[in-house]
Design a protein around this ligand. Sequence first.
Ligand SMILES: C[S@@+](CC[C@H](N)C(=O)[O-])C[C@H]1O[C@@H](n2cnc3c(N)ncnc32)[C@H](O)[C@@H]1O
Length: 270
Amino acid sequence: MTGTEPAATRIDTSRPHPARVYDWFLGGKDNYPVDEELGRHIMSIDNRAKHVARTNRWFMHRVTRWLAGRAGVRQYLDIGTGIPTEPNLHQLAQAVAPESRIVYTDNDPIVLTHAEALLRSHPDGVTDYIQADVRDPDRILDQARKILDFEQPIALSLVALLHFVGDEDGPLDLVGRLVDALPSGSHLVISQLTADFDPLGVQRGVEMYAAGGVTLAPRSLDAFGRFFEGLEVVEPGIVQLTQWHPELGVDEVHDGDEAVSLYGAVGRKP
Ligand SMILES: C[S@@+](CC[C@H](N)C(=O)[O-])C[C@H]1O[C@@H](n2cnc3c(N)ncnc32)[C@H](O)[C@@H]1O
């Protein structure tokens, strides 16, 4: 494991944390009463919230199959990894290409305590974990260079991460600095909360997270598209998550065609 500091291992159970609330939505056991409380509160206004979390996870599955299979990607930098939930990104990528190299990053100490599940790489490949904040891209890049070859294409994934980064932290600049470090042929993957489809419902969710001390920043289609400036957005473009290559889904169970409030897209660096 790379770049771990002792202070980063303290787990605060007095307020909800995004990684643990998401774990609760996914049916995991690595969360605390305060996380469950927020999860249940959100379910009381939107009983599809657990389904939305699964829909986001399935997007990551399909994108990784696409990157590994159709795009031939063999290196991944995944920021905002979350608490391990099988299949994890490295299991999907290494099922296609066992030699794949994956660097995971999260800023939540609970992910660090479970990182060993992320480090069980196929013997032909490598996985590593960096405890770091996306708002410190230089530190992430310095550590990732120890594992990944920045002369060869890398898929940078920020899946359900950027809505936890408010505009005051300059997410466009942060993404730009990360993408600038990648060579031609690399990919950028993002999923992100939007209020475009259900403004009132999403606003209530934002308020509930805010009451728990967590920033949630939904973004419009235009704002989302700006993350991909200078990149070639691959087919089918910027879409609501379930519309991104549904044919690559395995074992997905959808309960209707209703839009989920998340955009997703993949861009290729020319
Ligand atoms: C909703 S989970 C998404 C997990 C995984 N990417 C997925 O889509 O299944 C969001 C993750 O982003 C992490 N996160 C939030 N803010 C972050 C930051 N500033 N830097 C790094 N990770 C962060 C949280 O700890 C959490 O694990």
